[in-house]
Design a binder for this molecule. Sequence first.
Ligand code: GLN
Length: 502
Amino acid sequence: MSDLTRLSAAALADALTSGQASSVEATQAHLDRIAAVDGAVHAFLHVSTDEALATAADVDARRAAGEELHALAGVPIAVKDVVVTQGLPTTAGSKILEGWVPPYDATLVERIKAAGLPILGKTNMDEFAMGSSTEHSAYGNTHNPWDLDRIPGGSGGGSAAAVAAYEAPLAIGTDTGGSIRQPAAVTGTVGVKPTYGGVSRYGLIALASSLDQAGPVTRTVLDSALLHELIGGHDPRDSTSIDEPLPDLVGAARLGANGDLTGVRVGVITELQGEGYQAGVQARFDESLELLRSAGAEIVEVSCPHFEYALAAYYLILPAEASSNLAKFDGMRFGLRVVPEDHPTAERVMSATRGQGFGDEVKRRIILGTYALSAGYYDAYYGSAQKVRTLIQRDFAAAFEKADVLVSPTAPTTAFKLGEKLDDPLAMYLNDVATIPANLAGVPGLSLPSGLSDDGLPVGFQVLAPAKADDRLYRVGAALEALLENTWGGPLLGRAPELETR
Ligand code: GLN
C-alpha cells in the first residue's frame, strides 16, 4: 500500500479490515515517520515503540483468528501527556512529574486499549496545560509543521502537531479554555471539545476541574466522531460524567458529508469577529459562512453581550481551581523531591520541590488563584467570576433559541512566531477569547480548517452546539469540510510544506 501515514483514520481502519495492510505495518510506518521528523517537530515527549508494536501484533493476530474487533482496532494514536497511562511516563509537561510512571490508566486510555489502538507515545504540552503555544513545556517547544519557527498552539500543541505532521492519524487532547481547538486551528487539523461530562475526566491530571474536558484531535471530522464515540460515554468513576448515551456522532458526520444543511440555523456571534481578528482569518470565516448558506443553512446574527467578560472570569476561576488541584504536588507523593541541605523539614522540602519543580506560568497562576480564594477577597473575585459564568450560560441559552449551532473564528490570529508572546502573559491569554466561553458554559465545540490566511497559515472555523447536542457539531462540521475540500480540490493539509526527513 502507498504511504500509510497519509490516510485518515477511517481509511486506515478500512485498509486494516480489508487486509490491505496490517496494524504492525501501520504502526511501524508511524514510528518511522516519528523517527524521521520529530527531531524537528518535537511533538512527542515519550515514544512507546515496544508497547505500540505489541498491541499492533496482538490486534493482527486477533483479526487473523476472526475475532470481531472495534472499528478503529489497530489504528495508532498519540496521547497528550496530561492523561495518565499505566507503565508509560506521564509528566503533564512539568519537571515536578519527571520520571513519574502512573500505576493506572485513565478511563479514556482503558477504552483505547480495550479497542486495540496502539499508543504511539505521549505528546508535548504547556506545563499542566497552562498556555496557548506549548512554549511553557518544561521539555522544550513543539514546532508548527507548517512553519517550524511558529507555535503549534497550546496547551495541546504536541497532539495537534503530531497529527498535522502525519506522525499519528489520531490524538487525544484536553481543553480547559481552548487547548484542543486553538492548536487544531493553527495547525490545520480538526479538534473537538465535547460537552462537559461527555468524556470521563478520571485519570486526567486536573487543571480546572469545572472546565477540563478531553477530546479528539484528527485530520478529518469523521475521524473525530469515531474517536469521540470510542472515548465518550458514562463513567461511574467521574462524578460529573453524564449518565446518558452519546448522540449518534458518526451518523451525524456521515449525514453532514452529503453537504446538505437545509433547515439548519447557524448563528454568527457578533462579539467574536471583526476588531482584533486578523483580516485573513475574518475573510476565511466569511467565505465559510457563504458556503454554509449555499448548502441551505439559514445564517442569523446572534449577540452574546457577556462574552466580553469571559476571559476575565476564566482567569479567576481557572487559577483558583488550579491552585487547589496543584496542591498535591508537594514532593511527598509523586515525581520530583528536592531536599535542602540544612533543616530538611517537610515544609522546606515541599517549598524547595515546588520552587524548582514548577515553571513561571504555573507559579503565576498558583499565586493568582490563592490570592483570589483568600479570605476577604473570595466574594469579590471568585464569587463575581462565577456570576459572570452564569451570565455567559444565559447568553448561550438565548442564542440557542435562535440558532441550532453558533459559529466564530476559532482563534483571532494564525500561528505566531515562537517567542513572540512568551514575555507577555496577557497577549498569550487573548488567543483564547473565542474558545473560553464554551468551557465556562460546558457546551461542546469543534474547530476545523477553513483555509489559509494571507500569510499562508491555516485558519480555524469554530462550531458550537448546546450541551449534549455534540452531534450537531459533526453534521455542520462535516458539511463545511466537504464543501471546502470541493473548492480546494483536497484536504488543506495537502498544501502544507513537506517536512525534511532524516
Ligand atoms: N490557553 C488557555 C490557558 O492557558 C487554555 C488552556 C487549556 O485549555 N488547557 O489556560
